[in-house]
Design a binder for this molecule. Structure first.
Ligand SMILES: *[C@@H]1O[C@H](CO)[C@@H](O)[C@H](O)[C@H]1NC(C)=O
Ligand SMILES: *[C@@H]1O[C@H](CO)[C@@H](O)[C@H](O)[C@H]1NC(C)=O
Ligand SMILES: *[C@@H]1O[C@H](CO)[C@@H](O)[C@H](O)[C@H]1NC(C)=O
Ligand SMILES: *[C@@H]1O[C@H](CO)[C@@H](O)[C@H](O)[C@H]1NC(C)=O
Ligand SMILES: *[C@@H]1O[C@H](CO)[C@@H](O)[C@H](O)[C@H]1NC(C)=O
Length: 392
């Protein structure tokens, strides 16, 4: 686009110069500037419209791809690289494209790119590489080349007796004088640190696009996968008696329940995630030693989250005692987790080694309130950590 504009502007200036026979009047320059402004605003409007259309199409494509990705097995059979050529793109998942290139001196016959379709078959025909006899393209091959999305004819201009050729952005000029698409995915996706897509990259003529696994939506502005809040959007299937917990890439249905009455001790549900002990009968030591409150906490966590990370903070709202003690008293995630006091009335649960998802870790924490060495109260926190499959 910019290149086209630049040509236009240069053309205008050259035109003015020749008409004025070396003497450009102020009026002529003004009219050229006005013309240029008009051209620029028209171009701008067209460009913006183009971008809007492209964005719309990308969004549609995205939702289509996500629908497909949620199906169980969605791979096409593996494709081989042609002899004397190579295949770009390793993925054989529905919606993906692979591209074929031939070595210099060979010409690709057949499909230059093939897409894995919904019914797990590839579009097009398996290509092969044919030896090229003459180096200047014939009419036949020229037509073939212009139709092919991954290589294009350069745009050339004669200026001052020399020929200057340029390619569209995303294309590079190759030995044969053709513009060949740059596979951004192949170039930039290998290294984790500076990958261009956080999940998958699909090469397209002149560009690339990113996709996200199901449960995420692509943010096209920053090419990042953003978690869909299924609970907020009511896209979950939890029953009425269950609570929906949004986690990275999905949701979980949970049903926190108070312990059954036992040894004169019973609990009442005071909120969706909290149980309080009922008053103890006289002389029941077991009841007085049982936890005063039990609360349930559900935390989403990225796979391979950097550590240390504070996951959870505990404190009491009504501190009567003179000290609090914290401990892990049960659960499955002891090795990666630790609990400690952060100040007089607060304890924290920290993650100390990275956890690779998908995984669910449960841990039971105890907070004891003491006053001059006598027990004032015991509070239990049931913490469930849902570790996602991906690190986003
Ligand atoms: C999916 O299908 C492909 C080819 O059809 C096969 O190679 C692969 O093992 C299948 N995967 C599963 C999980 O069934
Ligand atoms: C797969 O789908 C494409 C288009 O949707 C169709 O042209 C092709 O015949 C189908 N192939 C098979 C084996 O069903
Ligand atoms: C709820 O949806 C999940 C997938 O999101 C599925 O695995 C599960 O079987 C569904 N449960 C019910 C009860 O429909
Ligand atoms: C239950 O309470 C009764 C009195 O209400 C008492 O006699 C009994 O010992 C208590 N049981 C336990 C296990 O504390
Ligand atoms: C976890 O993260 C570290 C560095 O942050 C990285 O080197 C490693 O490859 C990651 N592992 C996985 C399975 O993602």
């Amino acid at each position: 686009m910019l290149r086209v504009l630049a040509f236009f502007v240069l053309g205008l200036l050259r035109l003015e110069g020749s008409e004025g026979q070396g003497c450009v009047t102020k009026h002529q320059v003004m009219s050229a500037v006005r013309q240029m402004q008009k051209v620029l605003s028209t171009q701008e409007a067209t460009y913006l419209q183009g971008v809007r259309n492209m964005k719309k199409q990308l969004t549609m494509l995205q939702s289509e791809l996500q629908k497909q990705a949620s199906k169980s097995n969605d791979s096409c059979p593996a494709l081989a690289a042609p002899v004397n050529g190579k295949k770009l793109g390793r993925k054989a998942v529905v919606g993906h494209e692979v591209h074929f290139l031939c070595e210099p001196g060979y010409q690709l016959i057949g499909s230059e790119s093939r897409t894995c379709q919904d019914n797990r078959t590839w579009t097009g025909q398996q290509p092969h590489c044919k030896t090229v006899v003459s180096t200047t393209p014939t009419m036949r091959s020229r037509a073939w080349v212009t139709n092919s999305p991954f290589s294009r004819q350069p745009r050339c201009a004669e200026s001052g007796g020399s020929r200057q050729c340029t390619c569209d952005s995303g294309f590079l000029i190759k030995a044969g004088g053709l513009c060949q698409d740059v596979d951004e995915c192949e170039l930039f996706q290998i290294n984790r640190q500076n990958r261009i897509c956080i999940y998958e990259c699909i090469n397209t003529p002149g560009s690339y696009r990113c996709t996200c696994p199901s449960g995420y939506l692509l943010n096209t502005e920053i090419n990042s996968c953003e978690d869909v809040d299924e609970c907020a959007k009511n896209e979950h299937n939890c029953s009425l008696s269950e609570m929906c917990i949004n986690v990275y890439g999905g949701f979980q249905c949970v049903r926190p329940e108070c312990p059954k009455p036992r040894l004169n001790t019973s609990y009442v549900k005071t909120s969706n995630y909290q149980c309080e002990r009922n008053p103890c009968p006289m002389d029941s030591k077991a009841c007085r030693l049982a936890a005063n409150s039990i609360s349930y906490h559900y935390l989403p966590l990225h796979s391979n989250r950097s550590v240390p990370k504070v996951l959870f903070t505990m404190s009491t709202s009504h501190t009567m005692g003179d000290s609090l003690r914290f401990a892990i008293v049960g659960g499955t995630g002891h090795s990666a987790l630790a609990v400690e006091r952060s100040d007089r009335y607060t304890g924290v649960l920290t993650l100390n080694s990275p956890v690779t998802g998908p995984a669910t870790i449960e841990v039971e924490l105890e907070m004891i309130e003491m006053s001059r060495k006598t027990l004032l109260g015991r509070h239990i926190f049931h913490v469930t950590i849902f570790v996602s499959q991906y690190d986003f």
